[in-house]
Design a protein around this ligand. Structure first.
Ligand SMILES: [Zn+2]
Length: 214
């Protein structure tokens, strides 16, 4: 079962990807993890990627795709895998399809965790982080016992810059511009599956397992 996860930043697709990986016993593959592993192991691809990252440049699509394809060729991926955070753009999706095609393979599902922007902005702006120990909370979904004070260490809670509405809105614009076209791309391939990501985490996961089959 070869799956890719789609969804806006903050839609909760990473959490769902982890749960899917656990239930179906397939590796959860994120590009960040692949980069780190290749750089740590000093592979050819890792060295190439590092030269871009050291200069603060984006790693080119082709190289990212090579790294991903190299990863999915490994033994633990033979029963499938779940890709999280790749592809991000149409050119990346096309490179991936081409590379998989050469291996005689193709993706089975593109799962789109669908959450409206306003909902994501609201969700993120309710997050709070402890300035002392880094514990995270949510004013609605995971509140502290005493408002504004960390349960663990008693320090003050703040709304991180990353979670502020204007920052979230900016990330969402980039997403709509670059990544949302993938929804139509995979719809065209007949493998797109939408799930309503506004529901509780467990309900969303149930919807996904209904699609994938128990
Ligand atoms: Zn704390």
């Amino acid at each position: 079962m070869k799956i890719i996860m789609l969804g806006a930043p903050g839609a909760g697709k990473g959490t769902q990807a982890k749960k899917i990986a656990e239930k179906y016993q397939i590796p959860h593959i994120s590009t960040g993890d692949i980069f780190r592993a290749n750089i740590k192991n000093g592979t050819e691809l890792g060295k190439k990627a590092k030269t871009y990252m050291d200069q603060g440049l984006l790693v080119p699509d082709e190289l990212v795709c090579d790294l991903v394809v190299d990863r999915v060729k490994q033994e633990d991926c033979k029963n499938g895998y779940i890709l999280d955070g790749f592809p991000r753009t149409i050119p990346q999706a096309e490179s991936l399809d081409e590379a998989l095609g050469q291996m005689g393979e193709s993706l089975d599902y593109a799962i789109n965790v669908d959450v409206p922007d306003e909902h994501i902005v609201n969700r993120m702006s309710g997050r709070r982080a402890c300035v002392g120990c880094g514990a995270t909370y949510h004013i609605v979904y995971a509140p502290t016992k005493k408002e504004g004070v960390c349960d663990v260490c008693g320090a003050e809670l703040i709304l991180r810059d990353d979670d502020k509405p204007e920052t979230v809105q900016k990330r969402l614009s980039v997403y709509h511009e670059q990544t949302q076209p993938l929804i139509d791309y995979y719809k065209g391939k007949g493998i797109l599956k939408d799930v309503d990501g506004t529901k509780d985490m467990d309900v969303v996961f149930q919807a996904i397992t209904d699609i994938l089959g128990a």
